[in-house]
Write a protein that binds this ligand. Structure first.
Ligand code: ADE
Ligand code: ZN
Length: 345
């Protein structure tokens, strides 16, 4: 354990680019919302919920994640969920988040898409006004459902575009990866691109490197979420390095979902040292044992990251964001100033 490095991490300005807001639902809030909305949960206590978080793969997690999300019903629920995440992020010195949300998880239960947008947006706007916290929203399609379902979701969301022009910046692709390749969603991504939305997709978490190629070629994404299996394909590694295509890596998620057996085997440091634009993120922090700083600290300890490498990761998170160039420069200066100030003390 390195106390000084941990302190350095805690104060380091950073951005989070891979966070499912539904995955930030802590068991305490899950219980409170279940009671308020009279939703039955298959658990007797918060402790029992936490004890159930013992996953063998992505699907074993998704089963619990979708069941837990059933407590989210009203605009106020989505607001409280998002406000709780933002408070945790701010405590970790996260300056900017581009959060994912899964409308189909909610519309499938009869919750209107406008309610989902409104609750998340209220929390993000309030945090911007009160704390200067910067945030935006990326609407994800569930890849275990059909492309028709994704197209209908995009159509349902587009009338909200103007109302959330300050927040809704892009689309993503999540849920069970294997058997649901990116090519399945080429048409809905083409439509989203025509609308001027940014494009990202989960690829190479459990799926093979071919899915990363597919996300780049068939979907034309601007960032890859996870991407850790790229290492199996040297030509793909060169492509990612040369294009500086960002990868939003989630170390504690990979550990909890058995993508890696031990954090000491994680390839984040190897990819960083090979010059890829990798970032650190929390994915579903309520389920995977920690928010941003927990991810940074566990990874730094397991992979012996240097202070310079941590600075590079923080800078990558801002560079890889969809914020404007001026804003990015301001954050990058903040990181430099922080590093200089920490060194002087
Ligand atoms: N939805 C929430 N977390 C996810 C993950 N890690 N992979 C795919 N879909 C998800
Ligand atoms: Zn994810």
């Amino acid at each position: 354990m390195n106390t000084s490095l941990h302190d350095f991490i805690r104060g380091l300005p950073k951005a989070e680019l891979h966070l499912h807001i539904e995955g930030s639902l802590e068991p305490e809030l899950m219980f409170a919302l279940a009671q308020r909305n009279r939703v039955a949960l298959p658990y007797a206590s918060v402790e029992e919920v936490r004890a159930a978080y013992d996953f063998s793969d992505l699907q074993s997690f998704l089963d619990l994640y979708y069941a837990g999300a059933a407590v989210l019903q009203t605009e106020q629920d989505f607001y409280e969920l998002s406000a709780a995440y933002i408070a945790r992020a701010r405590a970790d010195n996260v300056r900017h988040v581009e959060l994912f949300f899964d409308p189909q998880t909610h519309t499938g239960r009869g919750v209107e898409i406008a309610i989902v947008f409104a609750g998340i947006a209220r929390a993000l706007r309030e945090a911007r006004l009160e704390h200067g916290f910067s945030g935006s929203m990326i609407m994800c399609f569930l890849r275990h459902l059909s492309q028709e379902d994704a197209l209908a979701t995009l159509q349902a969301a587009l009338p909200l575009r103007e109302q959330y022009a300050d927040l809704w910046i892009g689309v993503g692709l999540d849920s069970g990866e294997v058997g649901n390749p990116p090519e399945k969603f080429a048409q809905v991504y083409a439509q989203a691109r025509e609308c001027g939305l940014h494009l990202v997709a989960h690829a190479g978490e459990e799926g093979p490197p071919a899915y990363i190629h597919g996300a780049l070629d068939a979907l034309q994404v601007e960032r890859i979420d996870h991407g850790v299996r790229a290492e199996e394909d040297p030509a793909l590694m060169r492509r990612l390095q040369q294009s500086q295509m960002p990868l939003t890596v989630c170390p504690l998620s990979n550990l909890k979902l058995c993508v890696v057996e031990d954090l000491r085997e994680h390839n984040l440091a190897r990819m960083l040292r090979a010059g890829l634009c990798v970032t650190v993120n929390s994915d579903d922090p309520a389920y995977f044992g920690g928010y941003m700083n927990a991810n940074f600290i566990a990874t730094a300890d397991a992979l012996h990251l240097s202070r310079e490498e941590l600075v590079q990761l923080a800078k990558n998170s801002f560079t890889a964001s969809f914020a404007n160039a001026e804003q990015k420069q301001q954050w990058l200066r903040e990181v430099d100033e922080y590093q200089a100030q920490f060194a002087a003390n």
